[in-house]
Write a new protein. Structure first.
Length: 93
């Protein structure tokens, strides 16, 4: 696992802990609270990975040297790819 994935996992952990704690605080005897952390962590971690992939699709320099027209088409294609990735996984901005 690389450092960026570790950072995303930590962000998901913080999000899940905060959400689970707020729910537990409001109703500590609810048995649903036990599975709350894992459900929220898994969901947030997946969302963060999809967003990261979409970001890379748009902003990662491919190293390709192109004319201005071709570069414009490439940029448009990357933006479309990022949107399609997020739509496919149901992730919104």
């Amino acid at each position: 696992m690389n450092e960026r994935i570790r950072q995303l996992a930590e962000q998901a952990h913080c999000y899940a802990c905060e959400y689970a704690w707020q729910t537990f605080r409001d109703n500590p005897h609810n048995p649903y609270n036990q599975g709350m952390y894992k459900q929220r962590y898994d969901s947030k971690f997946a969302e963060l990975i999809v967003k990261e992939c979409a970001h890379i699709a748009v902003f990662k320099d491919s190293g390709t040297v192109a004319t201005a027209d071709v570069a414009g088409h490439m940029a448009a294609g990357r933006s479309i790819a990022a949107r399609l990735i997020k739509e496919h996984f149901g992730v919104e901005e």
